[in-house]
Design a protein around this ligand. Structure first.
Ligand code: MSP
Length: 505
């Protein structure tokens, strides 16, 4: 694989980032770091979705101009991503000039291809979803997701001929040319595509907060069409800026999204691309939604978790791991802070943290932090090798929630190895050669775990690897381990890390 292009959804700026946005973005960052460490030319795009009725109304409520309000919230997103070590290649804003130009460019092409026409539309519109909603979808007269009443919307709009592409898209999804993960979601979309699919309105006459249509300045682009095109403007696919040619990243290798926006990404987006003769995204990964301690996250319930709250309890790295390990990606799940605390203590503090403490403790006590390493014992090597196989499978199959347990196989084994080998007895019996073997094996285990955890916990792993004096060899060592199944330790003098995971009560 030469290049890898992955994206998150671009988030609405009607509110500050919450744990839902964090969840998707950390998954993307972990996957991106995995490919980067493997030496693949990786482009990771995230950003914000800033036009549309919803943002316009929130800004008005705050007595701010829409752009001013967007700038304010965008800073919050950028700060949180910086805090959480989100190593994106580009942060796209739909109010960026380049994005606006790209949207106009694409719309003009759709128009010239005769895929856009003008017609009247009347329907119920949910401002929170930013989409028309049918009567059948309403529950007690309100949108089931937002519990708000849709508004009746009637005006002359431009329409995109979505129906024209329906059969072709069905084939492309069925054949796996566009791969939808998990399989259940693929079936969901295939099922929906067997029902009638209507053309969609792609413009608004009354809403000024949007990108004007290139062929009719009286109307602005529907926010979802505007937003989807970010995946092209984010790499400046059409080279409008002529700064750096990143167009070779297209087609996108992986769109990571929540299940709520699957139709837009697997039907509407491919239809636009087909119309302008661009290759289709290869994979769309839709994760489930979570509840908080069993309840739907909502402002009314006051149970929205902000990234900072988790950071204060667990620190950045542990939050990254715990959030993505909370439940399988392909299902809905629950996030419970008390469960996260339990997991933190059991898996990070008592398991891996303990292994690091006791090993460096022995290294100091028995060898004064200096040791020429022995060759790794065969049984230890075997555990590390088989873990690496499972680890790669986790990434290949997007079993992201299993990565933590998979890596911990090594440290669980190593802790048991300490118990079995009883190094303190070896020391008492002056069996220094055997003692050196054991400590040396443990150091190989710690280094392997630190490398494998690197995409998940970059800060803490950098600290551990710096104790081996090897912080500059991360990519090289990662590739050696993950691709070639080889593990090296170059130094014979070690630094002792501080406690990495303090227990939480
Ligand atoms: N702006 C659109 C996306 C346009 S992409 C071309 C949008 N934005 S959003 O701010 O509402 O973000 C939706 C995404 O946030 C979801 O797809 C999901 O990735 C994430 N999540 C928001 N709430 C979530 C949960 N409760 N659980 C899991 N993920 C959640 O839709």
């Amino acid at each position: 694989m030469k290049k890898f292009y992955l994206t998150t959804p671009i988030y609405y700026v009607n509110d500050e980032p919450h744990i839902g946005h964090l969840y998707t973005t950390i998954i993307a960052d972990v996957v991106a770091r995995y490919y980067k460490l493997l030496g693949v030319d990786t482009f990771f795009l995230t950003g914000t979705d800033e036009h549309g009725a919803k943002i316009y109304e929130v800004a008005k409520r705050h007595n701010k101009e829409p752009k001013e309000y967007c700038d304010f919230i965008v800073e919050k997103f950028k700060n949180v991503w910086e805090q959480f070590n989100i190593d994106y290649s580009n942060f796209i804003r739909t109010t960026d000039k380049l994005h606006e130009e790209t949207v106009k460019f694409v719309l003009q092409k759709l128009y010239s291809n005769d895929d856009i026409y003008k017609a009247y539309y009347e329907g119920l519109y949910c401002v929170q979803c930013e989409r028309f909603i049918s009567e059948d979808e309403l529950v007690d007269g309100v949108c089931p997701d937002h519990r708000t009443k849709p508004i009746l919307h009637k005006e002359e709009n431009y329409f995109f001929k979505l129906s024209k592409y329906k059969n072709l898209i069905f084939e492309k999804i069925q054949s796996g040319e566009i791969q939808i993960i998990p399989e259940t979601r693929k079936n969901e979309i295939l099922g929906k595509l067997q029902l009638p699919v209507e053309d969609i309105s792609i413009s608004r006459k009354t809403l000024k907060w949007g990108i004007p249509l290139p062929f009719d300045e009286e109307q602005t682009t529907y926010v979802w069409i505007d937003a989807l095109i970010n995946y092209l403007s984010g790499i400046d696919y059409f080279n409008l800026n002529k700064e750096k040619d990143n167009s070779y990243f297209w087609p996108c290798d992986l769109h990571i999204i929540g299940k709520d926006i699957l139709w837009f990404h697997t039907v509407i987006w491919p239809a636009i691309l087909l119309s302008i003769s661009l290759p289709l995204p290869k994979k769309v990964l839709a994760h489930g939604f979570f509840t908080i301690e069993g309840k739907k996250m909502s402002k009314t319930l006051g149970n929205i978790i902000r990234p900072k709250e988790l950071q204060e309890i667990f620190g950045v790295d542990a939050t990254r791991v715990l959030v993505i390990s909370a439940f399988p990606l392909d299902t809905d799940g629950d996030i419970s802070v008390s469960e996260m605390k339990q997991k933190y203590n059991q898996l990070l503090a008592d398991n891996f943290g303990n292994l690091v403490n006791r090993t460096f403790g022995m290294l100091g006590k028995y060898f004064n932090n200096k040791m020429t390493l022995n060759e790794i014992s065969a049984n230890v090597k075997e555990v590390i090798s088989s873990t690496v196989v499972y680890y790669n499978e986790c990434f290949k199959n997007f079993d992201i929630h299993k990565i933590l347990d998979t890596i911990l196989t090594i440290s669980t084994f190593a802790n048991k190895y300490v118990q079995d080998m009883q190094p303190w007895v070896l020391y008492k019996n002056k069996d220094i050669q055997k003692l050196a073997n054991v400590v040396s094996d443990l150091l190989y285990c710690i280094k392997s775990v630190a490398l494998l955890f690197y995409p998940l916990m970059p800060n803490i792993c950098a600290i551990i690897l710096s104790c081996f004096g090897e912080e500059n060899f991360v990519s090289e060592d990662y590739r050696n381990l993950v691709i070639n199944n080889r593990i090296y330790i170059r130094t014979n003098e070690f630094k002792v890390p501080d406690i990495l995971f303090k227990k939480i009560s």
